[in-house]
Design a protein. Structure first.
Length: 271
């Protein structure tokens, strides 16, 4: 695996590159990757906003934000233009890392947005006023290809597809690519796939190594060099409501996400 250099410091902040973490299959490490990639980018001096766009609110909980107790979340911003997004954003305990929280209310948005004009552009409208204040905005999408995910893709410059090195998740990538291409054609021509991120990889198993090789053969230009290996430290960090970069700073898991942050910057996929 190539070593990616420490990027130079930024002179200023913004405009942000918006990246969605998308896979219609659950349990592939989307939320873990958004939190830890965000924290690794923040360590590099980037101002990062994490957008919780899953009604389960796992991203918010994983950063210690009690989103179920909040009266105003990303749902209210989508449905009501009178709210200011800056009032809803929460600071985290990690420098340079903020979160736009969600809770179960967001599940109603899918139904309510259907009758709205430009329904696919609701999240892009919410993020527009703050784009210049951040270097990277990472969106944690729900495991579905419904209207919320289409909103995330319509607002984004890039997509990262986290993928467990197992057979069934691999089958879904072609369907996901099709959805991304439709959004590119019809709504957001600037959208790019920044890469496929292999997560929860166990190098000791032949199956994982074989599937990983098949992914590389099928998508040779898309698979990121950085691989995230399976470790008990990730669920431990989630329970502690901390990124692994602070919870277990010197572990291989933390270093993997730092490497991913450097790789995305080197590829021009992050500021």
């Amino acid at each position: 695996m190539p070593e990616f250099p420490e990027p130079p410091a930024l002179d200023g902040h913004g405009p942000a590159r918006i990246i969605s973490m998308v896979n219609q299959k659950g349990g592939v490490g989307k939320t873990t990757s958004v939190i830890n990639l965000g924290a690794a980018l923040a360590e590099l001096g980037r101002r990062v906003l994490l957008v919780d766009f899953d009604p389960q609110g796992a991203l918010s909980a994983g950063l210690g934000v009690p989103s179920n107790e909040l009266d105003v979340t990303v749902y209210n911003l989508l449905m009501d233009r009178s709210h200011d997004v800056r009032d809803v954003i929460q600071e985290t305990d990690t420098d340079n890392l903020d979160v736009l929280p969600a809770n179960i209310d967001l599940s109603a948005a899918e139904v309510q947005l259907v009758n709205e004009v430009a329904r696919e552009m609701a999240l892009a409208r919410v993020l527009r006023p703050i784009t210049d204040e951040y270097d990277v905005i990472l969106i944690d999408c729900q495991p579905s290809l419904g209207l919320l995910t289409v909103n995330a893709l319509a607002a984004s410059h890039g997509v990262i597809i986290p993928l467990v090195a197992e057979y069934f998740p691999l089958r879904g990538v072609a369907l996901l690519k099709e959805t991304i291409e439709k959004v590119q054609d019809r709504i957001n021509p600037r959208l790019d796939i920044d890469g496929i991120l292999i997560t929860m990889f166990d190098p000791r198993t032949l199956h994982a190594r074989e599937v990983s090789q098949r992914v590389i053969e099928a998508f040779p230009d898309l698979v990121l060099h950085t691989t995230i290996n399976r470790t008990v430290k990730f669920p431990d960090a989630s329970v502690a409501a901390e990124p692994i970069t602070s919870f277990a700073s010197s572990t291989k898991g933390a270093e993997s996400y730092r490497q991913l942050a450097r790789e995305l910057i080197a590829r021009g996929a992050a500021a």
